[in-house]
Design a protein around this ligand. Structure first.
Ligand SMILES: Cc1cc2nc3c(=O)[nH]c(=O)nc-3n(C[C@H](O)[C@H](O)[C@H](O)COP(=O)(O)OP(=O)(O)OC[C@H]3O[C@@H](n4cnc5c(N)ncnc54)[C@H](O)[C@@H]3O)c2cc1C
Length: 417
């Protein structure tokens, strides 16, 4: 059997690319090495799938961390509003939540996958499960076919790599695309973890394992310079810190020197130093004869108090013994709780892979390789990544659409159709 296009990888990017190309008249085969489609998509958004973001394009580009200009064409050709419309047409109702995050109305990621399965069927895309692409075959720098793991050869004019990144490898994203494209001369920018929990040096974080802090501001510094600040929710773990604002900051860390990385947590961002001091003085007057550890219950989560008083040297003090200097140290600690970042959790635990196929070797208007004719890329396999909020899935769908459309238009153009 000869195909116009073979799409490697049945994640969001590959499903979208395959259906788009088939809708435009190509004979398409989708190869997925798992027994089913969209295994990573299934676990997105804690099983609810934050499928895109309903913000405007400016907001979108503000949330793309790596190679935003490269994505202009893809995002303008198929944007977030078009994705929502497509989902609705596929029978998947959506809803918008805080921060313009879009979810399926059912809160089930499986509904998104089912919607795409219907789309692929309707578009007459052939699907091959349980078999991985092993090699892309070329002649004179032109795609001629794909060799599967079982050594079966499939002849085709175009191949689209949509194999994803390298994290949560049990879902099938094991970095195969880097090897497939690397063998054809493509440069692979070192894959690194992004949107990943941070490991810290301080041993006291273990005592706080499982504690979530809401409405705090975390500021990341590298080499003494501020990288970024984020307001929201974070979480202490047995190795360091995690949670939405920490994951976002971790992505920005990749662009900065890894030396001397620190995290400063403002536990009371709504109060200035002076206001917090006045607040503590009020509490101290109320609990004047109590131990300090029993005087902070109105201000801090219970589990945080022993850590804070240890860090400020107030463990054994009674409130009426606390000097002004000690009180100001307490204020400073609450406004700027310091953590030393010693690294990130491994790539396999990252929400997204930063790095991948170099964008310099891909035409941004078509997503075709500049090195091999008939070779296309879509999704996380490319060196692009964004923050949380639905942006990464939209990138997968937008690049999937543009690459599928380009492959179809080029093929049809060549055939004079
Ligand atoms: C826990 C978690 C939660 C997330 N939540 C969100 C969220 O709510 N919103 C959001 O925007 N993003 C989220 N993301 C990120 C999002 O899932 C990815 O950006 C997106 O899935 C990338 O799509 P993709 O199609 O490029 O790759 P993938 O989804 O990784 O799909 C690649 C597919 O290719 C297949 N494959 C790989 N190699 C081969 C081969 N050699 N032959 C055949 N098939 C192959 C794999 O089996 C896989 O099915 C989350 C990620 C994780 C890990």
């Amino acid at each position: 059997m000869h195909y116009d296009l073979v799409v490697i990888g049945g994640g969001p990017a590959g499903m979208m690319a395959a259906a788009t190309a088939a809708q435009k008249g190509l004979q398409v085969l989708l190869i997925e090495k798992n027994e089913k489609l969209g295994k990573k998509l299934y676990i997105t958004g804690k099983g609810r799938c934050n499928v895109t973001n309903y913000g405007d394009m400016e907001d979108f580009f503000d949330n793309i961390v790596t190679n935003k200009k490269f994505l202009y064409s893809a995002l303008y050709t198929f944007n977030n509003y078009q994705l929502v419309e497509l989902l609705n047409n596929l029978g998947v109702k959506t809803k918008i939540e805080r921060g313009s995050r879009v979810f399926p109305e059912s809160d089930k990621s499986s509904d998104i996958i089912k919607g795409f399965e219907r789309y692929l069927k309707k578009s007459r895309v052939d699907i091959r499960y349980n078999n991985a692409a092993k090699k892309i075959l070329t002649k004179d720098n032109r795609v001629t076919g794909v060799l599967l793991k079982n050594n079966e050869q499939i002849n085709c004019n175009n191949v689209l790599i949509a194999t994803g990144g390298m994290s949560y490898q049990h879902t099938g994203s094991t970095g195969d695309g880097y090897q497939l494209a690397g063998e054809l001369g493509h440069t692979v920018i070192e894959p690194k973890p992004a949107l990943v929990p941070l490991v810290t040096g301080e041993s006291w974080v273990k005592e706080l394992q499982g504690l979530t802090l809401k409405n705090v501001t975390a500021t990341l510094t590298a080499g003494g310079k501020t990288v970024a600040s984020k307001f929201g929710e974070m979480l202490f773990t047995h190795f360091g810190v995690s949670g939405p604002i920490i994951l976002s900051l971790s992505s920005l860390l990749n662009k900065n020197a890894r030396s001397e990385v620190k995290l400063f947590i403002d536990l009371k961002p709504a109060l200035s130093d002076e206001q917090l001091d006045q607040r503590i003085q009020r509490d101290f007057r109320k609990y004047i004869n109590k131990q300090v550890k029993n005087a902070l219950n109105d201000l801090l989560p219970k589990r945080l108090i022993p850590v804070i008083i240890k860090l400020t040297g107030l463990s054994s003090k009674v409130v009426n013994q606390v000097t002004k200097k000690e009180r100001l140290t307490l204020v400073h600690t609450l406004k700027s709780l310091q953590l030393t970042v010693t690294g990130t959790r491994p790539l396999n635990e990252a929400i997204i892979t930063s790095g991948g196929i170099s964008t310099g070797e891909i035409n941004p208007s078509t997503l075709e390789s500049k090195l091999v004719q008939g070779l296309y890329f879509a999704g996380e396999v490319i060196d692009v990544d964004a923050l949380t909020g639905g942006y990464n899935l939209q990138i997968a769908f937008s690049t999937g659409y543009l690459s599928g459309k380009s492959a179809a238009e080029k093929t049809k153009g060549k055939l004079g159709l």
